[in-house]
Design a protein around this ligand. Sequence first.
Ligand code: PLP
Length: 413
Amino acid sequence: MTTTSTHTTPFDVEKIRKDFPILQRQVNGNPLVYFDNAATSQTPKVVIDAIVDYYSRYNANIHRGVHTLSQEATDAYEKSRIKLQKHFNAAKAHEMIFTSGTTHGINLVANGFASFLKKGDEVIVSAMEHHSNIVPWQMLCEKTGAILRVIPMNTEGELLMDAYEELLSEKTRLVFCNHISNALGTINPIEEIIEKAHRAGAAVLVDGAQACPHIKPDVQALDVDFYVASAHKMCGPTGIGVLYGKEKWLNELPPYQGGGEMIAEVTFEKTTYAGLPHKFEAGTPNICGGIVFGVAVDYLNGIGFENIEEYEHELLAYATKELLKVEGLKIYGTSKHKTSVISFNLEGIHPYDIGTIVDKLGIAVRTGHHCAQPIMDYYKIPGTVRASFAFYNTKEEIDALVAAVKKAKAMLG
Ligand SMILES: *Cc1c(COP(=O)(O)O)cnc(C)c1O
């Protein structure tokens, strides 16, 4: 494990909070309570400093120049790729493709699969996906005539694994599922999903956007074909993410975008593509983002994913217990296997109104369908209030949320 951070166990949340400048600010006259971590995480000073350092000292285009700045930037960018390789335990650095984020990674794979699928082939999605892990596959099905099948879920917000097994057949080409649901917090049994898909001869893409802030996936142990994540949910900046793909798949997949950087040779008669990872990284990438993604991953590893999991679990248990004391409050997503996301509603009150009132008290929660409308349709609700906790949140902040929810109930109920 990398330990560039100064933190040591035991977990010291007050010390950790000092790493995040934004946590010092006030919102509407109250200290900020940031509970929208499932939408984007906050940024520690080491990452902010690394961004300033890049633009202050070695901003240059990569892989092209012989000059010093370009070489320094290229080195840092490629070192960061290796950091990601180690973090995800990929066999090879060139299996890590820099993307602009999870959505981009999924589209890259979906687009590539268009040339593998034919009419009548089947692809399987879960009932609890983010729109970005639904729409690209619908587009793929429209293009190819493949059929989209859906793994149903139960009221706890768990996938029905028996139904999944029944959906699998020799027609199944690809299964895509999130590792953790952003709307419900459910940790899906992806080991089992992957193993069963492989037995049926299908490939699997796991959307890890919501998992990577909480756990450290091992892509080789999972034997997953594709795994995608976004830096901005992992204490990094927006506009950068990673797609892991098994080398064999990445070699077979056609490139997603054409342009500079991704070619070996170009003439007007024919272009040959560059090898991995450059084949999928056309144009000037988010160089600074790629470099500081590695810094963010180091920061998280410095705190330690075991510490993060344990502490966040404590927050989840405490918040669940305290929120359920509010009369008329219902939590959606009650699986035993879940991370620190609580989606809830107050009887007879629109989630948006709760969100507005708690914001007046400095508390940031998300309201709406959380880019997962099929889940809301399943529960027959327009949306929920979602409070999602990170390792820099505290029980005192949860107390503030519970008090604010009670106040909203008194005002609106
Ligand atoms: C956030 C999220 C996405 C989309 O990530 P982007 O960074 O917006 O591309 C996809 N899936 C899940 C589960 C997410 O939580």
